[in-house]
Design a protein around this ligand. Sequence first.
Ligand code: DGY
Length: 442
Amino acid sequence: MVMDRQINTLQRVSETRAKLIDAARDILRRNDRGGYTVPTDALYPFQWNWDSAFCAMGFATFDIDRALTELEFLYSGQWASGLVPHIIFHRDADTYFPGPQVWGTHQTPPTSGISQPPVTASALAYILDMASTGPASLDPESDVMRRARALYEKILAYHHWWARERDPDGTGIVAILHPWESGSDNSPVWDEALGQVPATQTPFQRRDVTLVDSDMRPRQWEYDRYIYLVELYRALGWQGDRMWSETPFKVADVGLNAILMRDELDLIALADRFDDPANAQVLRARAARRRQGFDKLWSLERGLYLSRDLLRDRLVDVPSHASFLPLWAGTEPFDRAAALASELARWINLSRFGVPTIAPDTAEFDQRRYWRGPVWGIINWMISEGLRRHGFIKLADEIKGHTAALIQDSGFSEYFDPITGEGLGGGDFSWTAAVGLAWALD
Ligand code: DGY
Protein backbone atom coordinates (compact mmCIF):
# COMPACT_ATOMS: atom_id res chain seq x y z
CA MET A 1 0.00 0.00 0.00
CA VAL A 2 2.75 2.45 1.05
CA MET A 3 4.74 1.28 -1.94
CA ASP A 4 1.75 1.96 -4.28
CA ARG A 5 1.39 5.46 -2.89
CA GLN A 6 5.09 6.12 -3.44
CA ILE A 7 4.90 4.87 -7.02
CA ASN A 8 1.85 7.10 -7.67
CA THR A 9 3.65 10.13 -6.28
CA LEU A 10 6.71 9.43 -8.44
CA GLN A 11 4.48 9.07 -11.50
CA ARG A 12 2.80 12.39 -10.77
CA VAL A 13 6.18 14.11 -10.33
CA SER A 14 7.48 12.77 -13.62
CA GLU A 15 4.24 13.69 -15.45
CA THR A 16 4.44 17.25 -14.10
CA ARG A 17 8.06 17.46 -15.13
CA ALA A 18 7.31 16.11 -18.62
CA LYS A 19 4.55 18.72 -19.04
CA LEU A 20 6.87 21.52 -17.96
CA ILE A 21 9.54 20.35 -20.39
CA ASP A 22 7.00 20.31 -23.24
CA ALA A 23 5.86 23.80 -22.24
CA ALA A 24 9.45 25.08 -22.18
CA ARG A 25 10.20 23.69 -25.64
CA ASP A 26 6.98 25.20 -26.89
CA ILE A 27 8.00 28.65 -25.60
CA LEU A 28 11.35 28.46 -27.39
CA ARG A 29 9.62 27.40 -30.60
CA ARG A 30 7.00 30.15 -30.34
CA ASN A 31 9.62 32.81 -29.65
CA ASP A 32 11.68 31.60 -32.62
CA ARG A 33 11.63 34.24 -35.37
CA GLY A 34 13.24 32.03 -38.01
CA GLY A 35 16.73 31.36 -36.63
CA TYR A 36 16.90 33.62 -33.61
CA THR A 37 14.78 33.75 -30.47
CA VAL A 38 13.17 36.88 -29.06
CA PRO A 39 13.29 36.98 -25.25
CA THR A 40 9.50 37.39 -25.21
CA ASP A 41 6.87 38.68 -27.61
CA ALA A 42 6.40 42.50 -27.93
CA LEU A 43 8.40 43.65 -24.86
CA TYR A 44 11.68 42.46 -26.43
CA PRO A 45 11.09 41.93 -30.17
CA PHE A 46 14.74 41.52 -31.31
CA GLN A 47 17.72 39.26 -30.60
CA TRP A 48 19.51 39.97 -27.31
CA ASN A 49 23.10 38.81 -26.82
CA TRP A 50 23.13 36.90 -23.52
CA ASP A 51 19.47 35.88 -23.76
CA SER A 52 20.36 34.16 -27.01
CA ALA A 53 23.32 32.30 -25.55
CA PHE A 54 21.06 30.84 -22.85
CA CYS A 55 18.40 30.02 -25.47
CA ALA A 56 21.06 28.15 -27.46
CA MET A 57 21.71 25.99 -24.37
CA GLY A 58 17.98 25.34 -24.01
CA PHE A 59 17.69 24.34 -27.67
CA ALA A 60 20.75 22.10 -27.31
CA THR A 61 18.74 19.80 -25.03
CA PHE A 62 16.53 18.79 -27.99
CA ASP A 63 17.80 20.34 -31.26
CA ILE A 64 21.56 20.79 -31.80
CA ASP A 65 21.14 22.28 -35.26
CA ARG A 66 18.78 24.97 -33.95
CA ALA A 67 21.13 25.68 -31.03
CA LEU A 68 24.02 26.39 -33.40
CA THR A 69 21.78 28.50 -35.64
CA GLU A 70 20.93 30.72 -32.63
CA LEU A 71 24.60 31.55 -32.13
CA GLU A 72 25.20 31.97 -35.87
CA PHE A 73 22.40 34.54 -36.07
CA LEU A 74 23.82 36.36 -33.07
CA TYR A 75 27.28 36.49 -34.62
CA SER A 76 25.81 37.80 -37.90
CA GLY A 77 25.63 41.07 -35.94
CA GLN A 78 29.29 41.04 -34.89
CA TRP A 79 31.22 44.21 -35.75
CA ALA A 80 34.59 44.23 -37.54
CA SER A 81 36.10 45.23 -34.17
CA GLY A 82 34.90 41.94 -32.64
CA LEU A 83 32.07 43.54 -30.60
CA VAL A 84 28.94 41.44 -30.32
CA PRO A 85 26.25 44.05 -29.64
CA HIS A 86 23.64 43.57 -26.98
CA ILE A 87 20.76 43.86 -29.48
CA ILE A 88 20.58 42.74 -33.11
CA PHE A 89 17.61 44.38 -34.86
CA HIS A 90 16.94 41.69 -37.47
CA ARG A 91 13.58 43.27 -38.36
CA ASP A 92 11.52 46.33 -37.55
CA ALA A 93 9.22 46.46 -34.54
CA ASP A 94 7.55 49.43 -32.89
CA THR A 95 7.01 47.87 -29.45
CA TYR A 96 10.53 48.64 -28.17
CA PHE A 97 12.47 51.80 -27.38
CA PRO A 98 15.29 52.66 -28.17
CA GLY A 99 15.22 51.24 -31.70
CA PRO A 100 17.97 51.27 -34.35
CA GLN A 101 17.57 54.95 -35.30
CA VAL A 102 18.37 56.03 -31.74
CA TRP A 103 21.50 53.88 -31.70
CA GLY A 104 22.65 55.09 -35.14
CA THR A 105 25.45 52.54 -35.43
CA HIS A 106 25.20 52.16 -39.23
CA GLN A 107 25.69 48.40 -39.12
CA THR A 108 24.10 45.69 -41.27
CA PRO A 109 22.06 44.15 -39.74
CA PRO A 110 21.28 47.17 -37.54
CA THR A 111 22.53 46.74 -33.97
CA SER A 112 22.99 48.57 -30.70
CA GLY A 113 26.52 49.80 -29.95
CA ILE A 114 27.26 48.26 -26.54
CA SER A 115 27.59 44.66 -25.37
CA GLN A 116 26.28 42.37 -22.63
CA PRO A 117 27.70 39.62 -20.39
CA PRO A 118 29.48 37.18 -22.74
CA VAL A 119 28.15 33.63 -22.47
CA THR A 120 28.70 32.33 -26.00
CA ALA A 121 31.85 30.24 -25.35
CA SER A 122 30.04 28.62 -22.42
CA ALA A 123 27.03 28.06 -24.70
CA LEU A 124 29.13 26.54 -27.48
CA ALA A 125 30.92 24.25 -25.01
CA TYR A 126 27.51 23.20 -23.65
CA ILE A 127 26.19 22.49 -27.17
CA LEU A 128 29.20 20.33 -27.98
CA ASP A 129 28.80 18.44 -24.72
CA MET A 130 25.18 17.78 -25.56
CA ALA A 131 26.11 16.74 -29.11
CA SER A 132 28.69 14.21 -28.00
CA THR A 133 29.10 11.60 -25.36
CA GLY A 134 32.75 12.50 -24.89
CA PRO A 135 35.27 14.98 -26.30
CA ALA A 136 36.55 12.51 -28.89
CA SER A 137 33.24 11.30 -30.20
CA LEU A 138 32.45 14.20 -32.54
CA ASP A 139 34.02 13.70 -35.93
CA PRO A 140 36.10 16.85 -36.74
CA GLU A 141 34.72 16.72 -40.30
CA SER A 142 31.09 16.69 -39.15
CA ASP A 143 28.73 19.57 -39.86
CA VAL A 144 28.44 20.30 -36.13
CA MET A 145 32.21 20.57 -35.65
CA ARG A 146 32.69 22.65 -38.80
CA ARG A 147 30.07 25.14 -37.62
CA ALA A 148 31.40 25.09 -34.07
CA ARG A 149 34.92 25.81 -35.31
CA ALA A 150 33.67 28.82 -37.32
CA LEU A 151 31.85 30.12 -34.25
CA TYR A 152 34.93 29.58 -32.08
CA GLU A 153 36.96 31.96 -34.30
CA LYS A 154 34.29 34.64 -33.90
CA ILE A 155 34.07 34.17 -30.14
CA LEU A 156 37.85 34.60 -29.95
CA ALA A 157 37.52 37.97 -31.71
CA TYR A 158 34.76 38.94 -29.27
CA HIS A 159 36.98 38.14 -26.27
CA HIS A 160 39.85 40.12 -27.80
CA TRP A 161 37.40 43.02 -28.13
CA TRP A 162 36.61 42.89 -24.39
CA ALA A 163 40.31 42.93 -23.54
CA ARG A 164 41.22 45.67 -26.02
CA GLU A 165 38.29 48.07 -25.66
CA ARG A 166 37.12 47.52 -22.10
CA ASP A 167 40.47 47.02 -20.40
CA PRO A 168 42.87 49.01 -22.59
CA ASP A 169 45.42 49.28 -19.75
CA GLY A 170 45.56 45.50 -19.25
CA THR A 171 44.52 45.58 -15.58
CA GLY A 172 42.74 42.21 -15.75
CA ILE A 173 39.27 43.64 -15.08
CA VAL A 174 37.00 45.02 -17.78
CA ALA A 175 34.62 47.95 -17.39
CA ILE A 176 31.08 48.51 -18.57
CA LEU A 177 30.28 51.89 -20.09
CA HIS A 178 26.50 51.60 -19.76
CA PRO A 179 24.34 49.88 -17.10
CA TRP A 180 22.69 47.88 -19.93
CA GLU A 181 26.06 46.21 -20.56
CA SER A 182 25.83 44.54 -17.14
CA GLY A 183 22.53 42.88 -18.06
CA SER A 184 21.26 43.97 -14.63
CA ASP A 185 20.13 47.36 -15.90
CA ASN A 186 18.66 49.08 -12.83
CA SER A 187 20.61 47.37 -10.07
CA PRO A 188 21.19 49.73 -7.10
CA VAL A 189 24.89 49.05 -7.70
CA TRP A 190 24.77 51.69 -10.49
CA ASP A 191 22.77 54.33 -8.59
CA GLU A 192 25.69 56.46 -7.45
CA ALA A 193 27.70 56.27 -10.69
CA LEU A 194 24.58 56.85 -12.81
CA GLY A 195 23.76 59.84 -10.62
CA GLN A 196 26.87 61.53 -12.12
CA VAL A 197 25.48 61.13 -15.65
CA PRO A 198 23.33 64.00 -16.94
CA ALA A 199 19.74 63.36 -18.03
CA THR A 200 18.98 63.51 -21.75
CA GLN A 201 17.27 66.67 -22.97
CA THR A 202 15.61 64.79 -25.84
CA PRO A 203 11.96 63.91 -25.23
CA PHE A 204 11.26 60.20 -25.78
CA GLN A 205 8.49 57.71 -25.22
CA ARG A 206 9.15 54.45 -23.43
CA ARG A 207 7.30 51.38 -24.67
CA ASP A 208 8.19 48.98 -21.84
CA VAL A 209 5.83 50.61 -19.34
CA THR A 210 2.91 50.25 -21.74
CA LEU A 211 3.46 46.47 -21.72
CA VAL A 212 4.51 45.75 -18.11
CA ASP A 213 3.53 47.46 -14.82
CA SER A 214 5.87 50.36 -14.19
CA ASP A 215 6.62 49.11 -10.64
CA MET A 216 8.41 46.15 -12.23
CA ARG A 217 10.58 48.26 -14.53
CA PRO A 218 13.44 50.80 -14.20
CA ARG A 219 12.40 54.29 -13.14
CA GLN A 220 12.25 57.27 -15.50
CA TRP A 221 15.26 58.75 -13.68
CA GLU A 222 17.35 55.82 -14.94
CA TYR A 223 15.98 55.88 -18.50
CA ASP A 224 16.83 59.59 -18.85
CA ARG A 225 20.46 58.70 -18.15
CA TYR A 226 20.50 55.47 -20.19
CA ILE A 227 19.46 57.53 -23.20
CA TYR A 228 21.97 60.29 -22.46
CA LEU A 229 24.78 57.71 -22.64
CA VAL A 230 23.47 56.30 -25.93
CA GLU A 231 23.34 59.81 -27.43
CA LEU A 232 26.85 60.61 -26.18
CA TYR A 233 28.38 57.46 -27.69
CA ARG A 234 26.48 57.96 -30.94
CA ALA A 235 27.97 61.46 -31.13
CA LEU A 236 31.42 59.86 -30.61
CA GLY A 237 30.79 57.61 -33.61
CA TRP A 238 30.84 54.49 -31.38
CA GLN A 239 34.64 54.64 -31.39
CA GLY A 240 35.88 52.55 -28.47
CA ASP A 241 38.89 54.73 -27.55
CA ARG A 242 36.82 57.92 -27.50
CA MET A 243 34.05 56.28 -25.51
CA TRP A 244 36.63 55.04 -23.00
CA SER A 245 38.18 58.46 -22.47
CA GLU A 246 35.01 60.59 -22.55
CA THR A 247 32.45 58.48 -20.69
CA PRO A 248 30.96 59.70 -17.40
CA PHE A 249 30.11 56.07 -16.48
CA LYS A 250 32.86 53.45 -16.12
CA VAL A 251 32.33 50.62 -13.66
CA ALA A 252 34.09 47.25 -13.31
CA ASP A 253 30.98 45.14 -12.78
CA VAL A 254 31.93 42.08 -10.75
CA GLY A 255 29.12 40.08 -12.35
CA LEU A 256 30.25 40.76 -15.89
CA ASN A 257 33.88 40.08 -14.99
CA ALA A 258 32.92 36.74 -13.43
CA ILE A 259 30.84 35.68 -16.42
CA LEU A 260 33.62 36.77 -18.78
CA MET A 261 36.11 34.73 -16.73
CA ARG A 262 33.94 31.60 -17.00
CA ASP A 263 33.47 32.22 -20.73
CA GLU A 264 37.21 32.67 -21.20
CA LEU A 265 37.94 29.39 -19.38
CA ASP A 266 35.40 27.65 -21.62
CA LEU A 267 37.06 29.32 -24.62
CA ILE A 268 40.42 27.90 -23.53
CA ALA A 269 38.87 24.42 -23.45
CA LEU A 270 37.51 25.06 -26.96
CA ALA A 271 40.98 26.22 -28.13
CA ASP A 272 42.39 22.93 -26.85
CA ARG A 273 39.59 20.99 -28.49
CA PHE A 274 40.19 22.74 -31.83
CA ASP A 275 43.94 22.27 -31.48
CA ASP A 276 44.78 25.96 -31.43
CA PRO A 277 47.77 26.14 -29.03
CA ALA A 278 48.84 29.68 -29.94
CA ASN A 279 45.50 31.19 -28.96
CA ALA A 280 45.19 28.85 -25.98
CA GLN A 281 48.44 30.28 -24.65
CA VAL A 282 47.30 33.90 -25.10
CA LEU A 283 44.01 33.09 -23.37
CA ARG A 284 45.70 31.29 -20.48
CA ALA A 285 47.96 34.28 -19.81
CA ARG A 286 44.93 36.58 -19.91
CA ALA A 287 42.89 34.33 -17.62
CA ALA A 288 45.73 34.42 -15.08
CA ARG A 289 45.65 38.24 -15.17
CA ARG A 290 41.90 38.20 -14.80
CA ARG A 291 42.17 35.90 -11.79
CA GLN A 292 44.43 38.45 -10.11
CA GLY A 293 42.12 41.26 -11.20
CA PHE A 294 39.43 39.85 -8.91
CA ASP A 295 41.54 40.89 -5.91
CA LYS A 296 40.69 44.51 -6.81
CA LEU A 297 37.01 43.64 -6.38
CA TRP A 298 37.24 41.84 -3.03
CA SER A 299 36.03 43.86 -0.05
CA LEU A 300 37.84 42.88 3.14
CA GLU A 301 35.27 44.80 5.21
CA ARG A 302 32.32 42.97 3.70
CA GLY A 303 34.01 39.63 3.03
CA LEU A 304 32.33 39.82 -0.38
CA TYR A 305 32.96 40.86 -3.96
CA LEU A 306 31.78 44.32 -5.03
CA SER A 307 31.90 46.27 -8.28
CA ARG A 308 34.45 49.08 -8.61
CA ASP A 309 33.67 52.58 -9.87
CA LEU A 310 36.73 53.25 -12.01
CA LEU A 311 36.13 57.00 -12.38
CA ARG A 312 36.06 57.48 -8.61
CA ASP A 313 38.46 54.58 -7.96
CA ARG A 314 36.48 52.97 -5.18
CA LEU A 315 34.43 49.88 -4.51
CA VAL A 316 30.67 50.41 -4.74
CA ASP A 317 29.47 49.37 -1.31
CA VAL A 318 26.26 47.73 -2.55
CA PRO A 319 26.29 43.92 -2.52
CA SER A 320 24.01 42.29 -5.09
CA HIS A 321 23.56 38.89 -6.74
CA ALA A 322 26.67 39.81 -8.78
CA SER A 323 28.77 39.58 -5.60
CA PHE A 324 28.27 35.79 -5.74
CA LEU A 325 28.87 35.27 -9.47
CA PRO A 326 32.65 34.75 -9.13
CA LEU A 327 31.64 31.27 -7.90
CA TRP A 328 30.42 30.57 -11.46
CA ALA A 329 33.94 31.11 -12.77
CA GLY A 330 34.91 28.14 -10.60
CA THR A 331 38.27 29.44 -9.43
CA GLU A 332 37.58 30.82 -5.96
CA PRO A 333 39.97 30.00 -3.11
CA PHE A 334 38.18 28.02 -0.40
CA ASP A 335 38.02 30.81 2.21
CA ARG A 336 36.39 33.26 -0.20
CA ALA A 337 33.96 30.64 -1.54
CA ALA A 338 32.97 29.77 2.03
CA ALA A 339 32.38 33.44 2.89
CA LEU A 340 30.19 33.86 -0.22
CA ALA A 341 28.23 30.69 0.56
CA SER A 342 27.54 31.79 4.11
CA GLU A 343 26.29 35.26 3.08
CA LEU A 344 24.20 33.68 0.35
CA ALA A 345 22.56 31.33 2.84
CA ARG A 346 21.69 34.37 4.96
CA TRP A 347 20.01 36.13 1.99
CA ILE A 348 18.02 33.01 1.15
CA ASN A 349 16.83 32.69 4.74
CA LEU A 350 15.49 36.24 4.51
CA SER A 351 13.29 35.43 1.51
CA ARG A 352 10.95 32.57 0.62
CA PHE A 353 12.65 31.95 -2.72
CA GLY A 354 16.33 32.45 -3.46
CA VAL A 355 18.32 34.10 -4.83
CA PRO A 356 17.05 37.69 -4.38
CA THR A 357 19.11 40.10 -6.48
CA ILE A 358 19.41 42.46 -3.50
CA ALA A 359 19.54 41.51 0.19
CA PRO A 360 15.96 41.70 1.57
CA ASP A 361 17.12 43.45 4.76
CA THR A 362 18.45 46.54 2.96
CA ALA A 363 16.78 49.86 2.04
CA GLU A 364 17.41 49.27 -1.68
CA PHE A 365 15.45 46.00 -1.76
CA ASP A 366 12.33 46.31 -3.95
CA GLN A 367 10.77 42.89 -4.36
CA ARG A 368 9.02 43.54 -7.73
CA ARG A 369 11.34 45.96 -9.50
CA TYR A 370 13.45 44.14 -12.11
CA TRP A 371 17.06 43.93 -10.80
CA ARG A 372 16.38 45.52 -7.40
CA GLY A 373 15.17 42.39 -5.62
CA PRO A 374 13.46 39.78 -7.86
CA VAL A 375 14.83 36.29 -8.50
CA TRP A 376 16.11 35.43 -12.01
CA GLY A 377 16.45 31.87 -13.32
CA ILE A 378 19.73 32.41 -15.16
CA ILE A 379 21.32 34.01 -12.10
CA ASN A 380 20.20 31.10 -9.95
CA TRP A 381 21.70 28.69 -12.47
CA MET A 382 25.10 30.39 -12.43
CA ILE A 383 25.24 30.83 -8.65
CA SER A 384 24.02 27.32 -7.93
CA GLU A 385 26.43 25.65 -10.36
CA GLY A 386 29.20 27.88 -8.99
CA LEU A 387 28.44 26.63 -5.48
CA ARG A 388 28.46 23.06 -6.74
CA ARG A 389 31.88 23.56 -8.37
CA HIS A 390 33.20 24.71 -4.99
CA GLY A 391 31.64 21.82 -3.07
CA PHE A 392 28.61 23.56 -1.49
CA ILE A 393 26.19 20.94 -2.73
CA LYS A 394 23.35 21.39 -0.22
CA LEU A 395 22.98 25.11 -0.88
CA ALA A 396 23.36 24.50 -4.63
CA ASP A 397 20.50 21.98 -4.51
CA GLU A 398 18.37 24.33 -2.44
CA ILE A 399 18.67 27.10 -5.05
CA LYS A 400 17.91 24.65 -7.85
CA GLY A 401 14.84 23.42 -5.94
CA HIS A 402 13.61 27.01 -5.49
CA THR A 403 14.00 27.67 -9.21
CA ALA A 404 12.02 24.55 -10.17
CA ALA A 405 9.30 25.46 -7.65
CA LEU A 406 9.01 29.02 -8.99
CA ILE A 407 8.66 27.74 -12.55
CA GLN A 408 6.15 25.08 -11.53
CA ASP A 409 3.99 27.52 -9.53
CA SER A 410 4.30 30.71 -11.58
CA GLY A 411 5.31 29.63 -15.10
CA PHE A 412 8.25 30.69 -17.23
CA SER A 413 8.20 34.35 -16.19
CA GLU A 414 10.98 36.82 -16.82
CA TYR A 415 11.65 37.09 -13.04
CA PHE A 416 9.95 36.30 -9.73
CA ASP A 417 9.04 37.97 -6.47
CA PRO A 418 11.36 36.42 -3.83
CA ILE A 419 8.78 36.83 -1.07
CA THR A 420 5.52 35.74 -2.76
CA GLY A 421 6.87 33.72 -5.69
CA GLU A 422 4.68 35.69 -8.14
CA GLY A 423 5.88 35.71 -11.77
CA LEU A 424 6.86 39.25 -12.89
CA GLY A 425 7.87 41.14 -16.05
CA GLY A 426 7.39 39.46 -19.43
CA GLY A 427 5.59 36.11 -19.65
CA ASP A 428 6.57 32.96 -21.58
CA PHE A 429 10.14 34.08 -21.33
CA SER A 430 12.73 32.34 -23.50
CA TRP A 431 15.68 32.24 -21.14
CA THR A 432 13.55 31.01 -18.23
CA ALA A 433 12.35 28.21 -20.51
CA ALA A 434 15.97 27.52 -21.45
CA VAL A 435 17.03 27.43 -17.79
CA GLY A 436 14.25 24.92 -17.13
CA LEU A 437 15.38 22.67 -19.98
CA ALA A 438 19.12 22.86 -19.49
CA TRP A 439 19.25 22.89 -15.70
CA ALA A 440 16.37 23.45 -13.28
CA LEU A 441 14.06 20.64 -14.41
CA ASP A 442 16.67 18.00 -15.23
C1 DGY B 1 15.74 46.61 -21.74
O1 DGY B 1 15.37 47.32 -22.67
O2 DGY B 1 15.07 46.46 -20.71
C2 DGY B 1 16.99 45.87 -21.87
O3 DGY B 1 17.34 45.18 -20.72
C3 DGY B 1 18.11 46.77 -22.31
O4 DGY B 1 18.76 46.06 -23.22
